[in-house]
Design a protein around this ligand. Sequence first.
Ligand code: NAD
Length: 430
Amino acid sequence: MNIAIIGTGYVGLVTGAGLAQLGNRVVCVDVDDEKINGLKEGRMPFFEQGLAQLVAKNQSQKRLSFTTNIAEGTAPSEIIFIAVGTPSKKDGQADLTQVIDVARALPKVLNTYKIIAIKSTVPIGTLELVIQMLTKAGLKESTDFDIAFAPEFLREGDAVYDFFHPTRIVIGSSNSRVIQTLDELFLPLNAPIIHTTPITAQMIKYAANAFLASRISFINEIANICDKVGADVAEVANGLGYDKRLGEGYLSAGIGFGGPCLIKDLNALIKMSEQQGYEAQYLKAIIDKNEHQIRQIVFKIKELLGSTLYDKVIGVLGLTFKANTNDVRTSLAIKIIRLLQNEGAMIKAYDPKGIKESKELLSRVKFCKDPYQAAEDADVLLILTAWEEFKELDLNRIKKLLGKLFIIDGVNIFNSEKLRRMGFTYQGVG
Ligand SMILES: NC(=O)c1ccc[n+]([C@@H]2O[C@H](COP(=O)([O-])OP(=O)(O)OC[C@H]3O[C@@H](n4cnc5c(N)ncnc54)[C@H](O)[C@@H]3O)[C@@H](O)[C@H]2O)c1
């Protein structure tokens, strides 16, 4: 099939490259000249495991191309996926500016009937808004276009794997032509396909992210109690995971959830509920717990270093919101560093992939060339992202470098017994 993807970010580029690999001809469109020119010349706009190879292969086989010209991208397409960003507004609502820009541009370029499938996570009412904008501009629903919601569930860091091994495909549409075409497109992925209304599909996406966030806040609450009573949260989580009713995913205790989606989508869901006259108390508690967890880390550092952090040197390992990505959007590491700086601490930081991106968000940080430089003369070493590289650190070398043998492991990557035996004062979460 001929596909256009509008918005060549994490979702758009992975989806575009993945669909091309399945044999479709895909054009990825973006307003960002630098990004598109880079892609044309073989430069990736962000790091995602396996993506560069997938893009290069499909580009060289002429199934995947890039343009800033929306008309050129959409003209040959049967399906147009919208995968632009839907960031948070200040009040938590989803900012639909990018979706609206696309809806404004489409009427000028649609030449034949198209299926428009929204992949961006958008609140209820957005499809109606897009339909309204297209019809006002003279297009006719079902003659010129139909619209569906096809949510995306990929995880950054595992996005390519997730594209080819989706747990399910959700198609939000009541239109048989749309359903048939999207079914055909996704059939090679061999995943269960859920057909439902666009509104229910939107709620599946929001509920999925709210539930994942809820599991993280839950296990963090349990971890903090474990800290007090002397239990091991990793073993507790393991004990829970065997129960099929509970499942084992998203039960790693740590600093909380960050990243581009969970917080934003929870806030959007809370706001959407509010607009319908419903106060989503449970969802608010998930966010409160997340904020509390971040403060707990600062509290732990103060317990170790004394009530003031003024002039204390903190070595930070990990800046991205999770391992295997260079994405620092809403990374809790960035937030924690700012909190520590507000307390007067001096930060030395290292991340395998996220230093360039972090430099745009942080000031007064000494960015280091490797984890050992970050540890040198630090009063405490703070681990905030679970990169494999950190799990393989030479701890004897770290021991010689650290000013004080304090390690706070916000993502529980180390064996506490081993570190304590080596002479470190080590605290994980739970
Ligand atoms: N990143 C994730 O892990 C993830 C997972 C599932 C769902 N989502 C959702 O998918 C959507 C996209 O997320 P993302 O992380 O890929 O965002 P992103 O910011 O990485 O990419 C969005 C892209 O859209 C482009 N864009 C903006 N306006 C445009 C326009 N008018 N025309 C063409 N391109 C335009 C931007 O330049 C950018 O390259 C969001 O709604 C997000 O919530 C994201």
